[in-house]
Write a protein that binds this ligand. Structure first.
Ligand SMILES: [Zn+2]
Length: 298
């Protein structure tokens, strides 16, 4: 890495792993070492990538009629093979937004659903190595990359979305439904999914227990705050949060803590450290279970 990203990426970040929650979840053995699979509820599995900095999580939800896979991770292991060890059902991918660490293996699946938004349309082109290489730079992973993974040709292959959906649309899986809540702020296309039957909120990158980014292209704090108000409007309809990074099973109280933090930040309060990420000046506000990263004002 030519640039100092130490504000974002702590040296030996893997020393804090494994995170506590995983010892309480049922581990499902699969052939590949790159993923760890956990059964969170009888029909809900997470595919976790603990050896790469993003700690990406893809969540498989098996309904009676349909199976949905939320996000497809960083594209380092073979997610489709891993998913097929868990279910025989045909699986539809549903992305929480178009970032590289959520769409990298969309191309492996036949059915892909995305929010009808310019960012998702653009995402179908895939991403070149220049957008991916930083994910496997020195210090970004701590176990050998899987055999067959080619660092020199690490791209997001193009894919074709087969279902465009909009805010408020409902996916009926048979015994459970997922309702789309468009929640921009991390990116303009970010969304959450509400599962009222299981009382879960799938938060994508709007919430997780790591550095929550509002400074990337298309992210901004006022929009983020608005989206949190909407997520909190439904507070009585979910008990647990299922993010796309770090920890798959989080108490909902933390959403209120993030909301308070971002309101403070929006109003000029809060203690931060300054740094840069690939040329962008940023501020990092550290809290007990998460941090918030914003663009530094010019
Ligand atoms: Zn993201």
């Amino acid at each position: 890495m030519s640039e100092d990203r130490s504000l974002l990426i702590a040296k030996n970040w893997w020393d804090k792993l494994p995170r506590k929650i995983y010892s309480t979840l049922e581990r499902v053995p699969i052939k590949q070492d790159w993923f760890q699979v956990y059964r969170v509820l009888p029909d809900i599995y997470v595919f976790y990538e603990p050896y790469q900095y993003e700690e990406a999580l893809s969540t498989l939800i098996l309904g009676e009629d349909k199976a949905i896979l939320i996000d497809t991770g960083c594209g380092i292991g073979n997610l489709r093979e891993a998913v097929e060890e868990v279910t025989d059902m045909p699986v539809m991918v549903l992305n929480t937004h178009a970032h590289n660490d959520h769409i990298a293996q969309n191309y492996m699946f036949d059915e892909i659903a995305m929010l009808d938004h310019p960012w998702s349309h653009k995402a179908q082109e895939g991403l070149p190595i220049s957008e991916m290489a930083h994910l496997v730079a020195d210090g970004m992973y701590w176990k050998p990359l899987p055999e067959g993974f080619d660092k020199e040709n690490y791209v997001v292959p193009g894919f074709k979305v087969t279902k465009w959906f909009k805010d408020g649309d409902v996916f009926d899986l048979g015994n459970r439904t997922l309702e789309v809540m468009h929640t921009p702020g991390h990116t303009p296309d970010s969304l959450c999914l509400l599962d009222r039957e299981d009382k879960l909120l799938f938060t994508g990158d709007m919430f997780y227990t790591g550095g929550i980014y509002t400074y990337l292209n298309g992210g901004d704090i006022p929009t983020f705050v608005d989206s949190y108000m909407r997520m909190l409007d439904h507070y009585n309809e979910y008990e647990r949060l299922m993010p796309s990074h770090n920890e798959p099973w989080v108490e909902k109280q933390l959403l209120k803590d993030v909301f308070k933090a971002v309101v403070d930040i929006a109003e000029g309060r809060g203690i931060y450290k300054e740094g840069t990420d690939r040329g962008t000046p940023i501020r990092k506000y550290e809290y007990e279970r998460f941090s918030v990263v914003t663009r530094a004002p010019e």
